[in-house]
Structures are given as C-alpha cells and as structure tokens.
Write a protein that binds this ligand. Structure first.
Ligand SMILES: [Zn+2]
Length: 179
C-alpha cells in the first residue's frame, strides 16, 4: 500500500522468478513473500498474464518478420533521413513532434506543469533532447507503418517507447534543482 511496505518487496526478482532463474533458496523466499503480499501477488499475476498474451501473439505469427527485415529497415531509415531534409518532411516531423510532446505531457499528468517550467529553464538541452528523440521516433514510426499495417505492434511499441521516455524525462526533471 504505502511506499515503505512496497520498498521491501522483491520486485527486482519477479522477472527472474518467472523465468526460473533464481537459486532454489531465493525462489522459496520469494514464493513465501508472494503468499503473504497482495501487491506482489497481483504484480506476479499481471506479468504472467502479459507473458501469456505475448506468447499467444507470437504463436499466432502476427509478429513474423520478413527474412530481409534488417536490410529493409536500414534502407528505409536512410531514405527517411534524406527525406527529413526536405522542407515538407520537416514540417511533418515538427507536426508529429508537437503532437507527441502533448501526448507525453498528458501522460505525465500532474507533473506536466512542473515539466513545462523546468523544460523552459533547462532550455536548449531539452530542446535538443526532444528534437533528436522525436526525429528518431518519427523515422521508426514511418518504418513500422510501412512494414506492417499500423496495428497492434505499433501500438505496443509506442506505448513502451512513451513509458520509457516519460520515465526518463520525469526522472531527469525531478532531479533538476528547482528555480
Ligand atoms: Zn510484496
């Protein structure tokens, strides 16, 4: 429930437990903890359910990559980078960046106000960070969109990318001393 009780939970061992990578002693300890902790029990079930879904999806062959996948991605990335130099493409990139920035701000919720203030203060550093990230993301999104019908794989990828990026930004920002 509160952060104190959660901090003693073996969350870092959860994935290793599911993968069967823990030593027998540690495995027993962790199992005993799961039996008495609702937080961990719920988390364990969530992760197992997620893995089952992922497994099923892979079995259904929805994620099968073409044999020359790497080659095609590299070729597309090269032409995408060249494409971004054209004014029209730049406009698209800026437009996508603006949209995604808004999305990230909403995803950060109550931290958004803090983020905006801090981004203003940290200025060009964050400007460059956002710029590089979103141009990279735009290229990847274009590749995914052209490789697959813009479906489940893209949504999963974007969710993961936003989760990681939001976490990264919020940690950076929260570590930056206030004005
Ligand atoms: Zn626990």
């Amino acid at each position: 429930m509160n952060t104190d009780s959660r901090s003693s939970c073996p969350f870092e061992d959860l994935a290793a437990y599911i993968d069967g990578e823990l030593s027998p002693d540690r495995e027993l300890e962790v199992e005993l903890h799961f039996a008495s902790c609702t937080d961990c029990y719920t988390e364990l079930n969530d992760q197992k359910a997620f893995l089952r879904t992922l497994d099923q999806t892979l079995k259904d062959g929805e994620f099968e990559l073409p044999a020359d996948f790497a080659k095609v991605v590299v070729a597309n990335a090269e032409s995408s980078v060249a494409g971004l130099r054209r004014p029209h493409e730049r406009y698209n990139a800026v437009f996508i960046c603006a949209g995604l920035s808004l999305f990230v701000l909403f995803a950060l919720g109550t931290q958004a106000g803090v983020l905006v203030d801090q981004v203003g203060a940290v200025g060009s550093f964050f400007g460059h960070l956002f710029n590089s990230f979103f141009i990279g993301l735009a290229i990847i999104v274009r590749n995914i969109a052209s490789q697959f019908a813009f479906g489940v794989s893209a949504i999963i990828f974007l969710s993961a990318a936003f989760a990681v990026f939001s976490l990264y930004v919020s940690r950076k920002v929260l570590r930056t001393p206030g004005l």
